[in-house]
Design a protein around this ligand. Structure first.
Ligand code: NAD
Length: 357
């Protein structure tokens, strides 16, 4: 008999293709706004892109705020709030990776501004109702309907120049959303189908884009997979893998996407020991017996990050990381204690192929 489920429905409008950046103006109009503030991260490339978008939007552009910062510190949000207020716009266009999209969400949560997200990485924040913010060095996460962007424009062209190492780490970050969705207690058949789509599309496209980074077909498949994974993250709950990534990023400042990438084979193998049948779609996507082993082999072949020790984490930090990871209980398909998490972190730190245990 089919497992009982609730499908909450999808609310984010998605425009996908090549050259779709040009459609930001009409999408803004559809949302009922005359003007929007453009958000991005500081830097020559991102600011040039934001200026090109502003030129496209013409009078609909209410200015550019190029001050998005990773992990959405409240100070940066405060500066952006002033810019939004001064601009008089009722909407934002977040053009960039998860950091920029996070800033758009922080503004929407405070002002009710509508958001158009235009992601340029595969991190997957764009369709979720999740906002992570940092205050006094501590990152807290909340969910709410006002946080989810109204519209997402995926423009494959924007990803053609995403450097291969960033692309791979970011894709593994996305794949982690799909992996944990497979065993989420609130999973539903639509999300599971999207996860299978994502695994197949990433398996196809990542080796191709590693060889030919500007291959539009490979980039298009990878961006499609990112959308599938973002949708999974936005609908169902995450568990141990996301908790560990959050702890390492928050307490030790390890880079977000790379941390997800380095942890993924180990968290997968750990939970696979308890629920192999739920992780079977991931193993099957790689034609492998083990999902954790397949992810490690895939990462190694591509040159994606493996081994937390390469991310500036000292072996001595693993004890505190294990303490933090078990400080508060949360659901996970495999029960664990501190010793089990410490062993998982050790293996992930060393970067050796995970063994079923
Ligand atoms: P990011 O947004 O910080 O981007 C990484 C770097 O890549 C930046 O320097 C950026 O300028 C650059 N970059 C972005 N797109 C580029 C492109 N196309 N070409 C060249 N350079 C480009 O990193 P990220 O990994 O996309 O996002 C990480 C952040 O997103 C974290 O703060 C994380 O917590 C958050 N996140 C949130 C959710 C959610 O649902 N709330 C989901 C995933 C990630």
């Amino acid at each position: 008999m089919m497992r009982a489920f609730v499908f909450p429905g999808l609310t984010t409008r998605v425009v996908f293709g090549s050259g779709t950046l040009k459609r930001a103006g009409e999408e803004l109009e559809l949302l009922g706004h005359e003007r929007a503030l453009i958000l991005t991260t500081p830097g020559r490339r991102s600011e040039a892109l934001a200026e090109a978008l502003a030129a496209d939007l013409g009078p609909r552009a209410a200015g550019i705020f190029a001050g998005a910062v990773q992990h959405t510190p409240v100070e940066a949000t405060g500066r952006a709030l002033k810019a939004l207020d001064a601009s008089g716009a009722g909407a934002v266009v977040s053009l960039g990776g998860g950091s920029t999209i996070g800033l758009g969400k922080a503004l929407a949560a405070r002002t009710g501004a509508d958001q158009i997200a235009i992601p340029t990485t595969y991190a997957g924040s764009e369709t979720t109702d999740i906002l992570g913010e940092t205050s006094d060095g501590e990152k807290t996460t909340r969910r709410g309907p006002e946080i989810r962007p109204e519209t997402v424009i995926y423009d494959v062209d924007l990803t053609l120049g995403l450097p291969v190492p960033v692309s791979l780490a970011s894709a593994m970050n996305a794949m982690a959303h799909g992996m944990e969705a497979l065993y989420a207690p609130d999973r539903n058949p639509v999300i599971l189908a999207l996860c299978r789509e994502a695994f197949a599309a990433f398996r196809e496209s990542l080796p191709r884009l590693t060889e030919a980074p500007r291959d539009p077909e490979a980039r298009s498949q990878a961006l499609y997979a990112a959308w599938c994974c973002s949708t999974a993250l936005g609908q169902v709950s995450m568990a141990l893998h996301h908790k560990l990534a959050h702890v390492l990023g928050g307490a030790f400042g390890t880079p977000h996407a790379e941390t997800h990438a380095a942890l993924l084979p180990y968290a997968t193998a750990f939970n696979e020991a308890a629920v192999p049948e739920l992780l079977a779609p991931l193993a099957a996507a790689f034609g492998a017996d083990s999902a954790g082993g397949a992810l490690w082999d895939f990462s190694e072949r591509l040159g994606a990050p493996l081994g937390l020790k390469g991310l500036g984490l000292a072996e001595a930090d693993l004890d505190r990381a294990a303490d933090l990871a078990v400080a508060k209980p949360y659901p996970n398909p495999r029960p664990f204690d501190r010793a089990a998490i410490r062993a998982l972190l050790q293996a992930a730190w060393e970067g050796r192929r995970p063994v079923a245990a």
